[in-house]
Write a protein that binds this ligand. Structure first.
Ligand code: ZN
Length: 271
């Protein structure tokens, strides 16, 4: 599943190709994604120029004067840029064709992705309205996490994955950050000191930045590629390594289920 670094890498990959470019045609081959694509969208987007490309949580926001196209990659979605026509594959559901000839193509075998056409302020949209802070923004700080964890006895792992508190920290990056910060994943959130929360915030930012950088370096050119920019290129230290030796102490890593999600951790290094 594309996590925040992959979405950010996608944003950086497509931006130079379509920023300030005008949409000449929209082809929707399959409107039934996670939510049906609005029937108004193709018509409304016609002749519109992309005036900005940004990201909020795992939504890519393509802003025009007529409204904002919010794209979510879901479980298996990818976006890529074509520089010339290529016959669409079975899972190529949407094309945005630009006046300068380039095509933004959305592929999604599992169809959990979304193309939402938002005419009002996207920040007020029900899907975006309740989102917490961005993990790479300065607002995501030890003090913020301290305030959010007071009176919360849920595990720190579950708290990190709550998008109302902080967005875009999925299972993989939560496990990796807790390992880097030496925090046991089942620790009650309210029992952590500000010092340990500060370490956790640093770990989260460092891991996400590293993954984005990796995505950027493995991504030589976003055009005509398979649209998979460095997915999980980051070297994972605990995620998916159940039963293997800890990279620090060599003890065997353990798996624990927290809220239906598997988490791998080191009993010796994480307390
Ligand atoms: Zn260890």
């Amino acid at each position: 599943m594309p996590e925040l670094p992959e979405v950010e890498t996608t944003l950086r990959g497509i931006t130079p190709h379509i920023d300030q470019q005008t949409i000449a045609k929209v082809i929707v081959r399959q409107p039934r994604l996670r939510w049906p694509i609005s029937t108004e969208m193709p018509q409304d987007l016609l002749g519109q120029t992309i005036i900005s490309l940004t990201r909020r949580a795992k939504y890519l926001l393509l802003t025009t004067h007529a409204g904002t196209l919010a794209i979510h990659l879901g479980m298996s979605g990818t976006l890529r840029i074509l520089t010339q026509h290529q016959a669409p594959g079975k899972h190529d559901h949407v094309d945005l064709i630009f006046a300068h000839g380039k095509i933004l193509r959305f592929m999604d075998p599992r169809r959990f992705g979304a193309f939402l056409w938002i005419k009002d302020n996207p920040e007020q949209h029900p899907l975006l309205h309740h989102l917490g802070v961005e993990p790479l923004h300065k607002d995501f700080s030890a003090k913020y996490l301290w305030n959010k964890t007071r009176g919360k006895s849920i595990t720190i792992k579950s708290l990190l994955m709550d998008s109302k508190i902080v967005v875009g920290i999925g299972n993989i990056y939560a496990a990796e950050a807790l390992f880097m910060a030496r925090i046991h994943p089942t620790t009650p959130a309210n029992s952590l000191t500000i010092k340990r929360l500060a370490n956790l915030v640093i770990a989260i930012k460092q891991i996400l930045r590293h993954a984005i950088k990796k995505g950027g370096t493995t991504l030589k050119d976003f055009t005509d590629s398979n649209g998979k920019p460095g997915y999980f290129a980051t070297q994972l230290k605990v995620y998916g390594r159940d039963g293997l030796p800890c990279v620090i102490c060599r003890a065997r890593l353990h798996l624990v289920k927290i809220g239906q999600r598997s988490t791998v951790y080191c009993k010796r290094c994480q307390r």
